[in-house]
Design a protein around this ligand. Structure first.
Ligand code: CP3
Length: 336
């Protein structure tokens, strides 16, 4: 929170995307008990426990709400399931009628379950630890809605470029409902929020500005109008050297950076009030050893702790050894 507010932190903060997940045996046990990933997401006691699990193992500085970006389309009335080994399967939205049917002004109980989880986590979390709320950005969520699941997003990309009225309408509704959803999380106890635009790198030029920069900019304005001191982290994955344009266009307090960029190069281009988050490669964390240690050391020496939240460039992958995560945290602490 100090870094996000432009203050000097006591120590370099660190958390990991997907820090709660299948690489932890205690996660797999609770997930099995819940029966499915979605049952786990909508069971506040279990979701709270899963959120806190990584903080019991590692000396990290933040918990991220355990949930998923597809909770939003689910709450808008679309069928959703997670097929083992296949990823999400979501009911599609591809016309004006289907957009009109979305329950934007009366989302389902899913949001309430998530807010209950947030409140339980905040109550169970030490006061010096931050609780990060999140949602998917309109473009990434819209692409899942158009495609119906994981894909190369060719259909979604051509819709974005052609920009039919129903697509613009869908994006507007996603801005509105996502802000409502994040505000619920903040009211329940989230200290800051991250907006995940995992597929931002699909788009370029005017389409990137219209579908990524503009909707996130509107979200940040609406969020800050409601909570003036709420820090917002933006993760526009894959936009390369446009990170500084993204930061300026949206007003986010930090950019989360994928691992194929050099973090210090990105930092050098950013406005002075914007911090960087990232960007150890998940593959390097998985492999461990000398290459991992060198990559961590390079990050620590190339960006100052008052502008840096240590993280990965993307989520922890399931086969990652727990000892590698512990080793990275120990290196960060030793360097403070
Ligand atoms: O980071 C965290 O620890 C918080 C929890 C979190 C999850 N998903 C849990 C999850 C967050 C922040 C997300 C965001 C999310 N979900 C994104 C954006 C970030 C990114 O990864 O790019 C996206 C694109 C999704 C959609 C999604 N959810 C997919 C494509 C999948 C299947 C792929 C997979 O890893 O199995 C999920 C499932 C999912 N979300 C899991 C977890 C822990 C795995 C579920 C399980 O089998 O237990």
């Amino acid at each position: 929170m100090d870094v996000l507010r432009g203050e000097v932190p006591e120590r370099r903060p660190v958390w990991f995307m997907r820090q709660a997940g299948r690489y932890l045996p205690e996660y797999r046990a609770l997930r099995a008990e819940a029966g499915s990933f979605l049952n786990l997401c909508y069971d506040p006691v279990k979701a709270c426990e899963v959120t806190l699990q990584p903080l019991r193992r590692f000396d990290i500085d933040a918990a991220i709400l355990f949930s998923d970006i597809l909770v939003v389309p689910h709450a808008l009335g679309l069928d959703l399931r997670f097929a083992e080994g296949e990823g999400p399967i979501l009911q599609t939205v591809r016309s004006e009628d289907e957009v009109a049917r979305l329950k934007v002004s009366q989302p389902g109980d899913q949001f309430k379950k998530v807010a209950e989880t947030v409140a339980l986590v905040r109550a169970g979390l030490a006061p010096e630890k931050a609780l990060i709320g999140f949602c998917g950005a309109p473009w990434t969520v819209a692409s899942y809605m158009i495609e119906g699941g994981s894909s190369k997003r060719l259909r979604a990309k051509s819709v974005a470029e052609e920009n039919p009225a129903w697509f613009a309408d869908l994006m507007d509704r996603l801005v509105e409902v996502s802000v409502h959803y994040l505000c619920m999380q903040v009211e329940a106890g989230a200290d800051c929020v991250q907006i995940f635009d995992s597929w931002a790198g699909d788009l370029e030029g005017e389409t990137l500005e219209r579908c990524v920069f503009a909707p996130i900019s509107r979200m940040v304005k609406l969020l800050k109008a409601r909570f003036s001191r709420l820090p917002v982290i933006g993760f526009a994955r894959g936009i390369g050297l446009r990170q500084a344009d993204f930061a300026r266009a949206t007003g986010v307090d930090a950019v989360s950076v994928e691992d194929d960029l050099v973090l210090s190069d990105v930092l050098a281009t950013l406005p002075p009030a914007v911090a960087v988050q990232g960007n150890l490669s998940p593959q390097e964390l998985l492999a461990g050893g000398g290459a991992m240690r060198e990559a961590v050391a390079a990050l620590l020496s190339s960006v100052p702790k008052q502008r840096h939240i240590f993280n990965l460039g993307h989520g922890i992958v399931p086969p990652t050894p727990i000892a590698h995560v512990a080793e990275v945290v120990a290196m960060i602490r030793a360097a403070d």
